[in-house]
Design a protein around this ligand. Structure first.
Ligand code: GDP
Ligand code: MG
Length: 177
């Protein structure tokens, strides 16, 4: 359909951050193309994907940035964060370590990004119920303390993926409009 002819009212840059293998690239694939792959190769080349949606009758183009395998602490460059108005801070709910690293990622993010940035804490892989290593209460408590949105998602089963992105984009819209 004539998406390419649509006038765009806003462009919002959103960055994906978090440890390697937590599912950032698959969350993006699910959100932007409704795709999922089990043998996800290291992210190569693609800097961002876009998806256009309508909020309050306004056309909002989201530009979602994915790390190109730079997930080591402090390896993500400041250019990645520049201009970002939203962030998805992703951990794998089956890997405690990826949750323990969230506070460092948040510190990095706050050090680089706009102070009004809208942040969603995302516990991905919630389809792997039997392998849960991060209690939902721990994540909720952290999110509340740090004033972040929070959601558990599954890129594999498409659980809460659209909702998570939509919540962040709507949050940004409310701030700037
Ligand atoms: P990234 O390094 O953070 O970009 O992680 P990827 O998106 O490459 O995903 C790492 C691995 O986890 C891949 O094998 C994915 O297929 C898998 N994965 C990603 N999201 C999910 C999910 O929601 N559920 C399950 N079971 N596996 C997932
Ligand atoms: Mg990746």
């Amino acid at each position: 359909h004539g998406d390419h002819n649509q006038k765009v009212d806003y462009v919002f840059k959103v960055v994906l951050i978090g440890d390697s293998s937590v599912g950032k690239s698959q969350l993006l694939a699910r959100f932007s193309r409704n795709e999922f792959s089990m043998d996800s190769k290291a992210t190569i080349g693609v800097e961002f994907q876009t998806k256009t949606l309508v909020i309050d009758n306004q056309t909002v183009k989201s530009q979602i940035w994915d790390t190109a395998g730079q997930e080591r602490y402090r390896a993500v460059t400041s250019a990645y964060y520049r201009g970002a108005v939203g962030a998805m801070l992703v951990y794998d709910m089956t890997k405690r370590q990826s949750f323990d690293h969230i506070s460092r990622w948040l510190e990095e993010l706050r050090g680089h990004a706009d102070k009004n940035i809208v942040i969603m804490l995302v516990g991905n892989k919630c389809d792997l119920t039997n392998l849960r290593a991060v209690p939902i209460e721990d994540a909720k408590e952290f999110a509340q303390r740090e004033s972040l949105f929070f959601m558990e998602t599954s890129a594999r089963e498409a659980t809460n993926v659209e909702t998570a992105f939509f919540t962040v984009l709507t949050g940004i819209y409310r701030i700037i409009s």
